[in-house]
Design a protein around this ligand. Structure first.
Ligand code: KG4
Ligand code: ZN
Length: 337
């Protein structure tokens, strides 16, 4: 068993280059995030080659800034480990962070810790609320993943349900593209929905009443069909009606998960956790059920390195350091009980 007091986290799984210094009691001493999203906007999605090249440009300055903000000397920082996202993600982007983390761990002579990106999102809520009462049910909604997970004991996660097709963020991005909005589409749909009528279209609520798995590809197709059939419909009404269906399904799944897991806390993680309507619905649900609710700040919903450092404390205790041969695995599976 290896215990650490201070960890440098590095996250480069997609278009964000991030580094953070986090202490064992989950105080964030620094967290720096640089995004290359502006390079990808004109292409309507992240271009892997461009993202990888941007990671190379940014990684050095971002790590230096995170050390400086934490008041650490970049030559001999008082750190106990270097943690890095080793998957899933874009391989060219992951390789930059993994290579940097290996070089730093080697030169500072501290352990290297490979972290699954999703484990980072699953612990993000603890960064601002280290004392959350377990069991904690977390709804992880990102661009690539949609999972319902319960944590019974610290660092012990059980999968309760997941999407059987599209991730929620993916559905948002596709609907946004169909409505002619920019990339990433989630925030744009969110903004537009605020001015729309959520009852204008009655979109399906796939699998709402069944189990804890989810499905969003049929809903996305229903939106496309509805827009084709009513080309003059207000985009705001389409966005609001789509969002109402998504939020309704997610809230129903969370409620079932809370009851099944006898949860004391409901938490959100992942980029879609920034969604205004989802945050409101999750807050209201927790209040109705009389349990605590942890909604991370937007900076900890989207990709960041503080969550990677936070997850590394568990990983190091459970599995020890990673070898310097640690691979970058674009389809790394999340191993849960
Ligand atoms: O977690 P994240 O930053 O990256 C991944 O690991 O995938 O999530 C990005 C996703 C994108 O699909 C984006 O459209 C979505 O999160 N997103 C939102 C909002 N902000 C970001 N979706 C809905 N409403 C938002 N406000
Ligand atoms: Zn993410």
């Amino acid at each position: 068993m290896v215990d650490a007091q201070v960890i440098l986290g590095i996250e480069t799984s997609c278009d964000e280059t991030a580094a953070a210094v986090v202490t064992r009691d989950l105080q964030v001493r620094s967290s720096v995030v640089v995004s290359s999203i502006a390079l990808h906007e004109q292409f309507g999605g992240v271009v892997p080659e461009l993202a990888g090249r941007a990671q190379v440009d940014s990684i050095g300055p971002v790590v230096e800034a995170a050390l400086a903000d934490a008041g650490l000397d970049s030559h001999r920082p008082a750190l106990d480990a270097v943690a890095v996202t080793c998957g899933p993600g874009l391989v060219g982007s992951l390789l930059v962070g993994v290579s940097m983390a290996k070089a730093l761990a080697l030169s500072w002579d501290v352990p290297l810790v490979g972290v699954n990106h999703l484990e980072g999102h699953l612990v993000a809520a603890y960064l601002e609320r280290p004392d959350l009462e377990r069991p904690v049910v977390t709804l992880l909604v990102s661009g690539g993943h949609t999972l319902l997970v319960v944590e019974d004991q610290p660092g012990e996660f059980r999968l309760l349900g997941s999407t059987i097709d599209d991730a929620v963020g993916e559905a948002y991005d596709k609907v946004a593209r169909y409505l002619g909005l920019g990339y990433p589409g989630g925030p744009e749909v969110d903004r537009l929905a605020a001015d729309g009528d959520p009852t204008a279209f009655s979109f399906p609520r796939p699998m709402r009443g069944v189990g804890l798995d989810m499905s969003f590809s049929g809903l996305k197709t229903a939106v496309v069909r509805a827009v084709d059939a009513a080309p003059h419909a207000r985009a705001a009404d389409v966005a609001a009606s789509f969002q109402a269906a998504v939020v309704d399904v997610l809230a129903a799944k969370c409620e079932r998960a809370i009851v099944q897991a006898r949860a004391r806390t409901l938490a959100l993680g992942g980029g879609v956790a920034a969604n205004v309507a989802l945050r409101a619905a999750i807050g209201a649900l927790a209040q109705r059920l009389g349990i605590d609710c942890a909604l991370p700040s937007l900076a900890y919903c989207t990709d960041n390195a503080a969550m990677i450092a936070a997850a590394a404390f568990h990983r190091l205790r459970a599995s020890g350091p990673s070898p310097l041969s640690l691979p970058a695995d674009p389809s790394l599976a999340l191993v849960l009980a």
